[in-house]
Design a protein around this ligand. Sequence first.
Ligand code: NG6
Ligand code: CA
Length: 508
Amino acid sequence: MLKRKLFLYLTSIGFVFSQHIFVSYTQTRPEKPNVVFIYVDDLGYGDLSSYGATKIKTPNVDRLAAQGTRFTNAHSTSATCTPSRFALMTGVYPWRQQGTGILPGDAKLIVPTDKTTLPKVFKNAGYKTAVVGKWHLGLGTQVEKNWNGDIKPGPNEVGFDYSFIFPATADRVPTVFLENHRVLGLDDADPIQVDYEKKVGNDPTGKENPELLKMQSSPGQGHNNTIVNGIGRIGFMSGGHMARWVDEEVTGTFLSVAQQFIKDNKDNPFFLFFSLNEPHVPRMPSTFFRGKSGLGYRGDAILQLDWTVGQILDQLELLGISDNTIVIFSSDNGPVLDDGYVDGAVTQLNGHTPAGPLRGGKYSIFEAGTRVPFLVSGAGVAKNKVSDALFSQIDILASAAQLLGMSTPPEAMDSEALATTLLGHNEQGREYFIEHAGTLAVVKGQWKYIAPSNGPAYAKLTDTELGNSPEPQLYDLSKDIGEKDNLAKKYPEKVKELEEILRSERNK
Ligand code: NG6
Ligand code: CA
């Protein structure tokens, strides 16, 4: 009896103590902080000076590290864009669902409209929500669609009150902006048609008219269909000439739209998903940044990205809302140099290491595929802190819900509520995490297990070590973050344990 009383007493102390951490921290932060999530494209773990880069300086993004918490072990779910973004929006691992791979520019919407999504978490709490930038999650209910009318469902149906996007990637047609349901600046007399199978209209293509290109596409990597702004794209389009973007102006356009949204909503809680293109191909930075990095257009694009982040941070300060705003910065997958265009990324690398100490890159199941920069700063966030917690972008949904006093929506089945971890007050991260790049890997504590796969070990065109092997691979990341020493034979029990996690996750 006494023992039982003592037990109850001790557990209640434990409970009170952990409640105390949560409560004392909730008391010091605003109830409904604004959230600006800056999501960049193909930026590597070693691409920022706050993550050890020495050949390039990123002072603006580094401000987030100094003023907030820098994560060393945070991940996108996947080593490419669409699946990572699907997970971010839904809280569901993308490999659970067919059709979540890299989408063409005419794909249909793959995010469900009848389920709780990341923006809907905020909307349900009374926030104004917006997405500005790259979308790449499909539009409409089918591939064949009329680009000249209302295009839906899309971001607005998924939970964004306002959207200003481009549909897929900068290297895929249609190369136009959409504001809410409509292509921006469309001339009715010049309707848009898009096709990924065959040529439409009379616009020149990179294949037929290479002399018209201002940047060559890399041999064997496509990117030689319709030419827009002197750059060959993936896919064919005709019409919409007035609406087509100029690559050099894309980021400036997104920035001004994002800043307008922030300004319009400074007096009410808002969630802004600011999804920048840099340093994804085609890298065509504005004149102001060209040649500035000495590392070719990829480096220049990173400088442009850094400047853009600085503009947002300055604006939040000028408006007097930076203490009431959480800024999160991350990348949708790891780095790649030659991803389809001859742009100096390889020849002018100059000793820069986009993946830092990690092996692989974009497309790879090795760490550089999904371990990405992740910085959080602002309202209620621990300052000047480095967190080694295992965390994933898939957890933002449940963590945001927790922060706003809501429970995790059941459909976000893979999202973990780790609000205090996200805000840098707690180093307790996930127990384990599943990485995805075609094949799957499990990270748990210091261990990483890569499931056997018959996929190629190496992608010649992008010069990527993909990490596929028919043999099981086990790495001790605490001693071997570069994944060189396969310990699977030495620790068969560990392999079994992690294999079992993967098996049960696959069967959920
Ligand atoms: C690949 C493209 C690459 C890039 C990528 C998507 C080829 C040969 N390569 O298929 O250039 O567009 O898709 O990148 O077509 S992501 O970051 O959006 O996933
Ligand atoms: Ca990407």
